[in-house]
Design a protein around this ligand. Structure first.
Ligand code: ADP
Length: 428
């Protein structure tokens, strides 16, 4: 297998380039084993499969593709002795924290990060196999939607620093309860390296107590207390001013653009990781930090504040989005929203709770490309439509300079289609 490591591993047969290795996985909708022939036609060097296929070529039949990828990723990683692994989990803010940390650490170190949201049992090993170049600090997103997922990721890359950002309700439909979600996330501590340090959100009482019980060295960050505390923040001239208490010392700094509370907390988590690594906080580069795209990105056009939060949605990230909207812009506040997915039997309750949060705004548009959002009740609903153009035109005719507009839904809904129409009307 070792000789395969110099090649690129690909799950999607359409992305195969000559010399790649095609890995057949059985997805929710399609089974990759049906595309082995196509992969070879595109020039694949070999195919890794879990069940026999008709094609005669360079076929590696393995018992379990997930275990195979994990083994290969471990091989690629090699000895962990001089490496520091930072594993990040949490219901909201994993990508944000990873991107901030990457920028902070890259000033002094060679750093690897999982690209995009390559944070699953496929994404994490594939990113190591394909892109790891022996960097000595690794910043890895570790996602889960069931018990055992994080344990598996830790078996590939056991963290020296285990970060738990928060425990929310994403994937509650798959996990059952908040407690189950919390326990599944705590695997990042149980399966970290022996002398690992934990970085954990302070303000969730249940989480804090559970983490204290585990009795590992822990740095807490939060609003209500901890080692790194967000004391206050405000918005001025399109930027964010923050005051934090950092291990007993007060520090004031500016961040470029509008950061919401969740994003600032992700920065505090990153700052705690720096401390755990024994590194100084580079205060002077904080104003240069950039946030990942499409996650609460505030744009200005024709006097409007347009918030592109189209990447994903959960109740918690809606909560910070709405609170932040109320603090910016002198005009009215509107939201164009779609379903929050993966809520299972909690879907109705989730959307009802969302409706209550949106009562704080002046007007709400429901993008009904996906039906679940129709369960929402809110007295501020102005329109519901599955046609992006119809919503965009109505919104455009209503807004005035100083107004704030949020676009937000789960990834599956693709609410960016409405944003695109709206930006078109603004001439963007
Ligand atoms: P993830 O990678 O965990 O899915 P992202 O970094 O993509 O999360 O951020 C998703 C959403 O959560 C964005 O809307 C962002 O504004 C918000 N967010 C970021 N960090 C936090 C946090 N610590 N708490 C709550 N919301 C957050």
């Amino acid at each position: 297998m070792k000789k395969l490591l110099s090649r690129r591993f690909v799950l999607d047969s359409r992305s195969i380039r000559p010399g790649d290795v095609f890995v057949a996985i059985k997805g929710k909708k399609v089974d990759g084993h049906e595309f082995v022939q196509e992969a070879f036609e595109r020039g694949a060097y070999a195919a890794v499969v879990e069940k026999p296929v008709k094609h005669s070529g360079n076929i590696y039949l393995v018992e379990n593709v997930v275990d195979f990828l994990a083994d290969l990723a471990r091989e690629k990683l090699g000895s962990l002795e001089s490496k520091r692994i930072i594993g990040i989990t949490g219901s909201n803010g994993k990508t944000t924290t990873k991107e901030i940390l990457y920028q902070l650490l890259s000033f002094t170190d060679s750093v690897f990060k999982t690209p995009g949201n390559m944070n699953t049992e496929y994404g994490l090993p594939l990113s190591l196999i394909n892109e790891y170049k022996n960097e000595n600090i690794l910043v890895l997103e570790m996602a889960m939607n069931k018990k055992g997922d994080i344990k598996h990721l830790c078996s590939i890359a056991p963290p020296d620093i285990a970060v738990i950002l928060n425990v929310g309700t994403s994937h509650i439909g798959l996990l059952g309860s908040r407690k189950d979600i919390m326990e599944a996330k705590l695997e990042i501590i149980s399966y970290s390296r022996e002398n690992s340090v934990v970085v954990c959100f302070h303000d969730d009482d249940e989480l804090r107590e559970r983490v204290r019980e585990i009795n590992k060295k822990t740095l807490f960050f939060g609003r209500r207390g901890g080692d790194v505390v967000l004391e206050d923040w405000w918005y001025a001239n399109g930027d964010t001013a923050c005051i934090i208490e950092h291990f007993g010392e007060k520090i004031a700094f500016k961040l470029s653009g509008i950061w919401n509370e969740g994003q600032i907390l992700s920065l505090l988590a990153s700052v705690s990781v720096l401390k755990a690594l024994g590194k100084e906080l580079p205060v002077r580069i904080l104003p240069e930090l950039k946030l990942p795209e499409n996650r609460f990105h505030v744009m200005r056009s024709k006097g409007l504040y347009i918030i592109n939060d189209t990447y994903n949605a959960s109740l918690e990230s809606f909560d910070v989005a709405v609170k932040t909207m109320l603090r910016i812009g002198e005009g009215k506040k509107y939201a164009v929203v779609g379903s929050i997915k993966e809520q299972g039997m909690f879907s109705k309750e989730t959307h009802e709770r969302l409706g209550k949060k949106l009562e704080a705004l002046d007007g709400v548009y429901l993008y009904t490309a996906d039906d679940e959002i129709n369960q929402m009740k809110c007295s501020k609903i102005l329109m519901r439509s599955d046609n992006p153009k119809v919503i965009a035109e109505n919104l455009f005719s209503r807004v005035a300079a100083g107004d704030v507009i949020l676009f937000k839904a789960s990834r599956f809904v693709e609410i960016e289609k409405v944003l695109k129409e709206f930006m078109g009307l603004l001439g963007k």
